[in-house]
Ligand binder design. Structure first.
Ligand SMILES: C[S@@+](CC[C@H](N)C(=O)[O-])C[C@H]1O[C@@H](n2cnc3c(N)ncnc32)[C@H](O)[C@@H]1O
Ligand code: SF4
Length: 388
């Protein structure tokens, strides 16, 4: 059958946002959460798995795909493909080639994406309170709008007492857990989940993946990971040295770099993710060259993502000549790199499509500079003197 409009995820995947709401996947449009009747489904509802399997929203989504329609929630992937880019959908089709695509089949959850709330030890400039509790205060001080109810839920829900262990136990087909956050490596609940999977003998058939800022790495984590089938880290990195410290406040570059180097020679698979934004676009060539030093050990071409919110931090906030000059320099460096893994090949393709047609939006420049100055004052930093 043609898989032109199919993504396997609605047949096998569950994705949980920091506030417990469920979505088709973490790339899906944020306005299209899973609903049951007119109620948003939460992972913390004891009925969560049952309501998802028989859920009419999910069935409709599958039918749309089988009928050759693009579901609204999945437009991001199809848009990326329409400009010649690689999309998560294509990646998932490769990972799950044998799914039986029927509109009425039940959801056998093989893959679980858990954003374990919003507890984080950093407050990155482009992030928001839904993902970092530390940013709530900053957003309040700077009078920036955000969803307070979701952020509060993200802060209060993710503890051992509230966690729906029975839903988790029901996931007998589980092969992969993707932990995000907040920062998953500082979450005690995350360690508790791993310990339970080890104690029940499930760990050896489950792979783990993480999106992490890699500021905290210790022997306890390494020991826990050793029980699992495979562990892969997607390390977030947006700049080198002082640029990383400026964006990922209050990261210490030397600590981050030590953690990264300590992963050389381990069995873990290491890849990178980079958020392209007004703060780092000019410095992406230096970041690519820095990462390339690790090419014998890690997948060094990062997966690029454009900043989504706030939009005044997007690359589009920069003047067009600056965008064009940096794009040209990034392409020059990309052309000099040799992808060593399949994922690096894909990321290289994604990078090229992410760089296409970036147009300045003059309305963004003033909010970008105003936000930057205010945050600089709060943090005693200076974007202008960063390049010196
Ligand atoms: C929210 S973080 C959570 C996991 C972990 N704390 C980390 O930083 O990797 C997941 C990913 O989202 C990226 N990210 C942060 N703010 C973003 C934004 N405004 N738009 C798009 N991606 C963003 C981060 O750089 C990171 O790679
Ligand atoms: S480390 Fe991750 S969750 Fe924390 S503030 Fe940065 S991007 Fe957000």
């Amino acid at each position: 059958m043609s898989k032109q409009f199919i993504c396997p995820l609605p047949w096998l995947h569950l994705s949980v946002a920091p506030d417990g709401t469920q979505r088709v996947c973490c790339h899906a449009d944020k306005n299209h959460l899973i609903i049951d009747g007119n109620k948003t489904v939460s992972f913390f509802d004891k009925e969560s798995k049952k309501s998802i399997s028989n859920n009419s929203f999910y069935k409709h989504l599958r039918t749309q795909m089988l009928n050759g329609e693009v579901p609204k929630a999945c437009e991001t992937c199809f848009k990326q493909e329409s400009i010649g880019g690689y999309s998560p959908r294509l990646d998932y089709l490769e990972s799950y080639p044998d799914v039986e695509f029927k509109s009425n089949s039940s959801l056998d959850i093989k893959s679980l994406d858990l954003c374990l709330g919003n507890k984080c030890n950093l407050e990155c400039r482009m992030c928001s309170p839904l993902f970092s509790n530390r940013l709530s205060k900053t957003f309040d001080t700077l009078n920036i709008n955000y969803n307070k109810k979701s952020s509060q839920l993200a802060e209060s829900l993710w503890n051992s007492k509230e966690f729906p262990w029975e839903v988790m136990n029901d996931l007998t087909e589980l092969e992969l857990i993707y932990f995000q956050g907040g920062e998953p490596l500082i979450s005690n609940l995350h360690k508790e989940i791993l310990k339970k999977l080890i104690a029940t003998g499930k760990a050896s058939s489950i792979s783990l993946e993480y999106s992490t800022n890699l500021t905290v790495l210790n022997s306890e984590l390494i020991e826990l990971w050793s029980h699992f089938k495979h562990v892969q880290l997607f390390v977030s990195i947006d700049g080198v040295g002082k640029f990383a410290e400026y964006i990922r406040y209050p990261l210490r570059w030397d600590e981050f770099e030590n953690n990264l180097k300590s992963l050389i020679g381990t069995k873990l698979s290491i890849n990178f993710a980079t958020t392209l934004q007004a703060y780092n676009y000019k410095h992406i060539p230096d970041l690519l060259l820095y990462l390339n030093n690790f090419k014998d050990h890690f997948g060094v071409i990062p997966e690029p993502t454009h900043v989504q919110y706030p939009n005044f931090l997007s690359v589009n906030a920069l003047p067009q000549p600056e965008i064009d000059k940096s794009t040209e320099e990034i392409i020059k460096v990309l052309d000099s790199l040799t992808p060593t893994t399949k994922r690096c090949h894909k990321n290289l393709k994604s990078f090229h499509s992410s760089l296409k047609n970036i147009k300045t939006d003059k309305n963004l420049y003033i909010p970008f500079t105003a936000y930057t100055r205010k945050l600089d004052v709060i943090r005693s930093e200076s974007f202008d003197s960063l390049a010196d």
